[in-house]
Design a protein around this ligand. Structure first.
Ligand SMILES: Cc1cc2nc3c(=O)[nH]c(=O)nc-3n(C[C@H](O)[C@H](O)[C@H](O)COP(=O)(O)OP(=O)(O)OC[C@H]3O[C@@H](n4cnc5c(N)ncnc54)[C@H](O)[C@@H]3O)c2cc1C
Length: 371
């Protein structure tokens, strides 16, 4: 890793390199392992290396800097193990900093791994009205639907963005088994993750289920999304390196044409483009993490990093497959699997073009943002 790191972060880097190489890669490659068993072993190894709590609040042993988290995710991506469940303990998400009763009922069991949360934000294209709530006295009644709730069917509760009449958007905690919550459909996506379409029909909740102040739900939701965007960008830059290493091995090995593919100028040009893109993405993500740690507002830089890094890894995997040839599309080939996984990144946590529009708006309409 070329970056100049403080000594404690450099020590972390070495620890995570060891964790990835010695524990996580063998667990990833052990096809006979039951997924639950794999997740448990991943979690144990990650705890031993001190990585598991890093994205949790400081009181749980976490509170890592953005630079430290970026280094870890970059390395995990560099070994193509960042997708393994169990590496990081559950983060607080939109429940960060909540008081009672949400703290004891939801946040503490979530961080302890006793309850699972999901995030309900996206509305279906045919929604007549975005999910809304009516607050009367101490009761909030919620109606509506969320169409793409990752892990929604197995979650204990869902943090739902609700437009509360007369107050504005709010994040609301809804128990999945509350009366009126219906899982309409479950589905998988190309990256292997699982989701639910959830309907809310006259779901009556105590007003204490509203997270923070009603009306301020959007900034709270966006904070969680912002953190996740930088995490995806950091994994993407590691994955770029992994693909380039894979392709380097392939094109420097003997080829049936008589000379390794790396001897061909056309191949070298494509290969150089991969490296240029990976370098640009890495530079952006590390700079953004450092600015964030310095206390700067990094909304624009986080958006730019997410768009650039996820598009870069998409293009790099695509070119990698082209250079390796048809064998890379064989079901189960690591590049084939990665191609499917990284495709989702340009939509999850905000589609690339909608993020581009936000970035333009920041400067043109709000006169904000550095870039
Ligand atoms: C793997 C995965 C996991 C997900 N998990 C969750 C989750 O847990 N919770 C959740 O709430 N959502 C989740 N989502 C949904 C995700 O947030 C949305 O898919 C994403 O925000 C895009 O919204 P959409 O699918 O409704 O597409 P749309 O918003 O309809 O966009 C479709 C296309 O139109 C373009 N477009 C839209 N508006 C404009 C505009 N104004 N100008 C120009 N172009 C525009 C977009 O860029 C995109 O290309 C997940 C998605 C994926 C792929």
């Amino acid at each position: 890793m070329p970056d100049d790191l403080p000594p404690d972060t450099a020590a972390l880097r070495d620890r995570v390199e060891h964790l990835a190489r010695e524990a996580l890669v063998p667990l990833r490659d052990d096809a006979g392992l039951d997924p639950a068993d794999r997740a448990m072993r991943v979690r144990d190894a990650s705890k031993e290396a001190g990585v598991y709590p890093m994205a949790q609040p400081a009181e749980f042993g976490g509170g890592a800097t953005l630079l430290a988290l970026t280094v870890v995710r970059d390395i995990l991506g560099g070994h193509n193990v960042c997708h393994l469940p169990g590496i990081f303990g559950p983060g607080p998400g939109v429940l960060a900093g909540v008081g009672e009763p949400l703290r004891s009922r939801y946040l503490a069991p979530l961080l302890a791994g006793e309850k699972r949360a999901a995030f309900g934000f996206t509305e279906p294209d045919d929604a007549e009205r975005a999910t809304w709530g009516v607050l009367k006295g101490d009761t909030l009644t919620v109606n509506g639907q969320k169409s793409y709730v990752t892990g929604g069917a197995s979650a204990d509760f869902i943090n739902v963005l609700v437009e509360i009449e007369g107050h504005g958007p709010a994040m609301v905690v809804v128990d999945r088994d509350a009366p009126g919550v219906h899982i309409r459909r479950t589905f998988g996506s190309v990256d292997g993750s699982h989701h639910a379409y959830i309907e809310f029909r006259d779901v009556a909740l105590p007003a204490t289920q509203v997270v923070g102040q009603p009306g301020l739900g959007l900034p709270r939701a966006m904070r969680q999304i912002g953190d996740t965007r930088l995490a995806l960008a950091a994994e993407s830059i590691g994955l770029c390196r992994w693909v380039i290493d894979f392709v380097t091995d392939h094109i420097t090995s003997p080829h049936r044409s008589g000379a390794p593919l790396a001897a061909r100028e056309g191949v070298r040009l494509r290969y150089a483009d991969m490296r240029i893109r990976a370098y640009a993405a890495r530079s952006m993500v590390y700079r953004t993490a450092r600015l964030g740690d310095a206390g700067e507002n990094i909304i624009n830089e986080g958006i730019a990093s997410k768009v650039f890094a996820t598009e870069a890894v998409g293009e790099i995997v695509d070119t990698g497959i082209q250079l390796v040839g048809g064998g890379a599309l064989r079901s189960g080939h690591p590049l084939e699997a990665l191609y499917r996984r990284v495709r989702a990144l340009r939509l999850a946590e905000g589609s690339s073009d909608v993020l581009r529009l936000n970035l333009a708006r920041g400067r043109l309409d709000l006169a904000k943002g550095r870039i």
